[in-house]
Design a protein around this ligand. Sequence first.
Ligand code: ATP
Ligand code: MG
Length: 857
Amino acid sequence: PDKMKYPYLASLNAAQLKAVTAPPETPLQILAGPGSGKTRVLTSRVAYLVQHHQYRPYEIVAVTFTNKASREMKKRLQVLLGDKQADNLVLGTFHATCAKYLRRYAQLIDLPNNFVIADAEDCKKIMSTLLKARKEQLDESRMALKEGVVLSEISKAKAKEETPDQMAIRAAQDPSASTSTLSMIAELYGEYESNLRESNSLDFDDLLVFGLKLFRSAPRVLESCRHILVDEFQDTNITQYELMRCFAKAHGGVSVVGDPDQSIYGWRSAEIENLNKMTKDFPGVQAIYLEENYRSTGAILSAAHAVVSQDRARIQKTLFTSHPRSTPVTFKVFSTPVIEASFIAWEIKRLIAYSGGTLNYGDFAILLRYNALSRVIESALQKDSIPNRIVGGHKFFERMEIKDLLAYLQLADNPDFTPAFVRVVNVPKRSIGDKSVSDLLNAAKSMKISPMELSERIIDGEPLPAGVKASIKKNLGSFVGAVRKLRRAAEKGSSVGDLIRLVIEKTGYEEYLRASQQDFDSRWENVQELISYSVIVSEEQARLSAGEIPEEGFLPASSAAVEALVNVAQAEEKIKTEARLHPLFRRQSSTSDGSRSRSRSASVSVSKGKGKNKAINGEDGVIEILSSDEEDIDVKPVRSQINGTVKGKVTEEMIDEMTNASESMTPLAFFLQTSMLSTDTDGGEDDKDKPKVTITTVHAAKGLEWPVVFIPAVEQGTYPSYRCTEAHEIAEERRLLYVAMTRAQNFLTMSHCQFRMMGGEENDKEASEFVGMVNRHQPGLLSSTLPDIDLAVRRYVSTMLARPHPDEDEARDMIMKHVRAAPPLSTWDAPEPRDKHSNRFARREVTKATRAAEYWA
Ligand code: ATP
Ligand code: MG
């Protein structure tokens, strides 16, 4: 009868229904695999508590792992309960929830209600002052303690409720060599705490620690909480677990869902042990297992299972799907990341074209092991005008460390570029405050010179202009010195990679990142990627100077010829492959979805005709490519999407112009220009709600799902990360790949490269051992050919279309018509590098073939 009353119950399976309708007093633990509806059960249980058990919304606390997840849950509950009720639920992360209670009740634990939340920057400042005060002592005992390291130790302590005193005791008992370091950290921890209290602030971890303190000493503030629900329980730490216990104490209502196989935050002190602890702490826990996966195809599940089950210590679980097996998971090998990325872009377009309107850009996700991998992906998507967003981070060229390093290079290239000066004159810290910087800017302005020039004059001993403090001279010294060295090196023709290394060396940038940023590893990887990028750009420049059409569209800006040539080059590359899609592709180009007036890519429309030799013509914004290839397909015209900017023919002179432009540029100027072009991405408010391809790290993708998922760089050094060596770390890396794979609903494509540049050095790469194991033991699970779109698309439309399609039958017919009309597309020919003579490429070509053969043998 309930099912009639509450329609959302009708769509649940028996186990899910049992979980949702279990008596509210029964502690509930739902352990189940990905896609089995855990989050859905949690959400439905909230609705059921309100509607059936008549709980008031504010009596229910639902904790999610990220703010994004809690917004999603809220959206869903707004549908089920209506806005008013949903708004009164206590929904959020542990941090947000504690902050809410503390704002209201902090005075109960002698904390002013108007406390400030100290962000990472603030905490860093405090710690840096403390370290400075102890400089002598540290030097004496030869301890090189950095802010970042100390803060992360403190954070770990707070995650398990360890006080400074307890840490000191642990240090005294610990027989290991690092004892003295730990006791020093314990002292710093104590000082840091008093410092925060004096300034009436709480750091991020304190929200949990003080929340706990509040709930323990004044349990009545939780009187109103009758039920707590926790999603992603496997990733809670000890403090969070204790918080959950406090919430549950008042009335005993607790429901948690989790999956030990998806525990990926061990590095942040998550305790998988919490699952067992709960059984002890809550007598009568009812365990419910969900075994049906509703998310993924059979093929995706089998492949994911083959990866996760390599962990012998893992507890076996059943997970089945009634979805068809569908197309196998694709695993492809490429020679370089650029080719890998351009394949992904191409495949996205192909699937969209084939799906006849059922797939849009929002249905695609590219999941990355670490942030720095996004650079080449972003560039490939941008090149193809594929709208994309980076979730949980910045686009590569907007990241702090990249902007800092580029600013130094800009100053070396052009001392008059004031924004760069302002950005880095005090980075790393040189005690040049905002006031001093504005003094310098004002003085420079009145002298009609650049602030860089002024700084140099000051260092060279010219009298200080009025309004500039004398002390600045001392502090500017190292900055001016670094920029000058850089300029000299650039003039001597140093490679850009060397220039970047020089910035790092002369400014102590690595130390700066290490000391002040907790996510040092990720930022350092970005720096290495920038160096690698500079190598690629310089190869492009060489190619351009030799009068060849560039491979990757790295071109000098603001030249119509250049833009036109990008179109031509891209169009040429696409002819062979995309022409085969012609019935669909024409449709694509007429709707030209996602295209922007400034984008640099071209749409191709194809018509059959007599063979002609290749020719390039153009007029009135339309470039024509007439070509004949093996397939006897002529292509015309290539409509440029750069409305109005491309006019006239692409002539010999234009090619010359472009060649000259790149020849006359210094490597540094060329690099900077290319980088700036890469930052010239779309954006703007107008397309905020347009569907976009998601680029995200695997960690941030937890709990989410997409019809099509790409996982690039599935290779040794990435899965598992080169940073992980111990067995438990490797196991976590394996689970990470498992989480990534199980985000996919319909198509999953993994890939790896044989060569990947790190810090400008090219490294040979092997496929990930996790995938290697699958191929050894269960050959056939992973396929090197692309998905059979016919089958998969049909299934997508008929069984898994998440959005209601206006007319499913019509959509299916339309798709099938197109699918039948198009010849089967089972292989993708990577564009061969043009420069067959360069050693790197030649070496690649040979090894590519042999490696692939070995690998699959
Ligand atoms: P993860 O472990 O990745 O967080 P999960 O167990 O939380 O996964 P959900 O995200 O709740 O899984 O569900 C996965 C997908 O399956 C969602 O699209 C959800 O709407 C759908 N789903 C869940 N249960 C059912 C059901 N009984 N019938 C149809 N679809 C379902
Ligand atoms: Mg979930």
